[in-house]
Design a protein around this ligand. Structure first.
Ligand code: CP
Ligand code: NVA
Length: 330
């Protein structure tokens, strides 16, 4: 897998990664999934610890980090904001400094992207963004893995996100697709289009790859898509917007008629989960034969393990023994 080295890197947004680095992580995730299927057991995180910080709830992200790290011999420590000082009674910077002295890595799920960035800056260890209001990068890697399991690796595919185009999931997909040359379309009402700064940045990236980033309100733009993706209408922290969103987004529900209107029989359905069946997607679609949402949820674990394996310094038993011997001798 070439000469890609990611040791010590944080993952805050895919904007910081090259196409080659993302492809490396996808290949590694594929290998890890195959190992798991074969029942192979490794201890690649033995002696390591990770702090899992959560300001918001989580099923998949928490379980993916905990099981991926723990089954390889590492010790994950779950810390909700009910348990620790994080911005309350202690600054984020000071918490980061302390956690960096005790843990090999930190996962952060919460509100502000700036908190994830500050943790990375002041802890001195890799920080993984497990979702902020702005981005959900570990999700997007699992999404591309799932798309590629259905249609093979490489650029040129078309993925369409239908729904709240401003949200963390849509934004992360737009970035990763732009980096990888996947044509990406957002279909949303105008008030829920992504911010123009991010669209412009992604369009510049996509141009280099010969792919397209399209933002529209026309539901007909699903034509020829390999993948249709949606997410909840109301993200965590926006619960007061439920009524307004439902009115705006009902015409954008992913139902069987929408799936059929791609004109392809093999279009897959993707959803980061959790889903509100009957709102953004019908039960018929998410529980139906074209849904890959459950593979996608499993792929969270393999991709998160790949990110941690690639970025955590490897424990090299031979050089460790040599350095102990040298310190005893000297
Ligand atoms: N998709 C996702 O991040 O799920 P959780 O909120 O359950 O972690
Ligand atoms: N956009 C959703 C994603 C949940 C995984 C949220 O932020 O709540």
């Amino acid at each position: 897998m070439g000469t890609v080295t990611l040791t010590g890197r944080s993952l805050l947004t895919w904007l910081d990664y090259t196409e080659e680095e993302i492809r490396y992580l996808l290949e590694l995730a594929k290998q890890l999934k195959a190992e798991k299927r074969r029942g192979e057991v490794f201890q690649r995180f033995t002696g390591k610890t990770i702090a899992l910080l959560f300001e918001k709830r989580s099923t998949r992200t928490r379980c993916a980090f905990e099981t991926a790290f723990g089954e390889e011999g590492g010790h994950p420590v779950f810390l909700s904001t009910q348990d620790i000082q994080l911005g309350a009674k202690e600054s984020v910077e000071d918490t980061a400094r302390v956690l960096g002295r005790m843990f090999d890595a930190i996962q952060f799920r919460g509100y502000k992207q700036a908190t994830a960035a500050a943790l990375a800056e002041y802890s001195g260890v890799p920080v993984y963004n497990g979702l902020t209001d702005s981005f959900h990068p570990t999700q997007a890697l699992a999404d591309v893995m799932t798309l590629e399991e259905a249609f093979g690796p490489g650029p040129g595919k078309k993925l369409v996100f239908v729904g709240d185009g401003r949200n963390n999931v849509a934004r992360s997909l737009m970035v990763i697709c732009a980096k990888l040359g996947i044509n990406f379309t957002v279909i949303a009402p105008p008030s829920l289009h992504p911010h123009s700064d991010l669209i412009d940045a992604c369009r510049r990236l996509a141009q280099d790859k010969g792919s397209e980033i399209r933002i529209t309100s026309d539901i007909g733009a699903v034509a020829a898509a390999e993948g249709i993706y949606t997410d909840v209408w109301v993200s965590m922290g926006e619960e007061d917007k439920r009524e307004e969103r439902a009115k705006l987004l009902i015409p954008y529900q992913v139902n069987q008629a929408l799936m059929d209107s791609t004109g392809r029989k093999d279009t897959i359905f993707l959803h980061c989960l959790p889903a509100v069946k009957g709102e953004e997607v019908t039960a018929e679609v998410i529980d139906g034969p074209r849904s890959r949402a459950w593979d996608e949820a499993e792929n969270r674990k393999h991709t998160i393990k790949a990110i941690m394996l690639a970025t955590l310094p490897a424990f090299d038993a031979a050089s460790d023994a040599a350095s102990h011997a040298a310190s005893r001798a000297g």
